[in-house]
Design a protein around this ligand. Structure first.
Ligand SMILES: Nc1ncnc2c1ncn2[C@@H]1O[C@H](COP(=O)(O)OP(=O)(O)OP(=O)(O)O)[C@@H](O)[C@H]1O
Ligand SMILES: [Mg+2]
Length: 223
């Protein structure tokens, strides 16, 4: 479903931050992505999201080579992907409710269903009383939960989450990781970038480890 072949990425004229990365992810798989700060996790996530193109190599997503696609074609492809950015990227002039509703509005879901689906999910993540508030008036952890709700509301084929529990306490973080497990069981392919070793050990999914721009695959549950 996803294939990287000798992919490299550099920003501007700088050095390669990702070098010669090749891997395949099967549909329905679940991987953790780890590596030290600055190792390139968010950069790899931006390639998986087709937010930028690599500076060398090839990427194929959902059986389609992305290098030839134009902006509009990439935008269509991105509709299959839910993403939780490390810095959330909520729209500041939309309420919590409207941020989460946006992907459903784009695919044309009727208002009545949107109201029901968004209210239900926001209540489930503990933000039922905050739906009409704007991101700037919410805490980091509350904003992160909105970002997660927005990423999963369409039940995407691919879910990318960059440090999705970084601002959450253990209890709510764990609850959200269980939501990801459920989505994965229903068929969503998942990549979660994280530093959280106990969480990786608890869920035991295969780990992709970035080290100085190179990617290694570790087996399940490191002994
Ligand atoms: N937009 C950018 N322009 C220039 N350099 C960048 C940009 N984004 C990232 N980099 C550089 O790429 C390298 C990898 O950064 P990246 O954000 O991908 O790391 P990371 O593994 O996500 O780190 P962290 O754990 O701190 O989130 C760093 O050296 C960083 O300075
Ligand atoms: Mg990062």
């Amino acid at each position: 479903m996803i294939e990287f072949s000798h992919v490299g990425l550099r920003y501007g004229g700088g050095p390669e931050v990702l070098s010669d990365i090749s891997f395949k992810l099967d549909a329905g798989s679940y991987h953790f992505l780890s590596g030290a700060s600055g190792a390139g996790k968010s950069s790899l996530m931006s390639l998986l999201y087709c937010g930028r193109k690599p500076t060398r190599g090839n990427i194929s997503m959902f059986g389609q080579g992305i290098m030839e696609l134009n902006r509009n074609q990439l935008a269509v492809l991105r509709q299959k992907i839910g993403v939780v950015f490390q810095d959330f990227r909520l729209l500041p002039n939309l309420t919590a409710f409207e941020n989460v509703a946006l992907p459903l509005r784009i695919i044309g879901q009727p208002d009545r269903e949107i109201k029901q689906n968004v209210s239900e999910l926001l209540s489930w993540v503990g933000l039922g009383d905050y739906m009409d508030m704007y991101p700037a008036t919410l805490s980091g952890g509350q904003q992160q939960r909105i970002a997660i709700a927005r990423a999963v509301i369409t039940r995407p084929r691919l879910l990318l989450a960059d440090e999705p529990t970084g601002n959450l306490d253990d209890e709510i973080g764990f609850k959200l990781m269980l939501l990801f497990e459920q989505l994965n069981k229903m068929g969503t392919t998942i990549v979660v970038a994280t530093h959280n070793i106990p969480m990786m050990e608890h869920f035991g999914h295969q780990r992709l480890v970035l080290e100085k721009g190179h990617l290694n695959m570790l087996g399940k549950k490191a002994a």
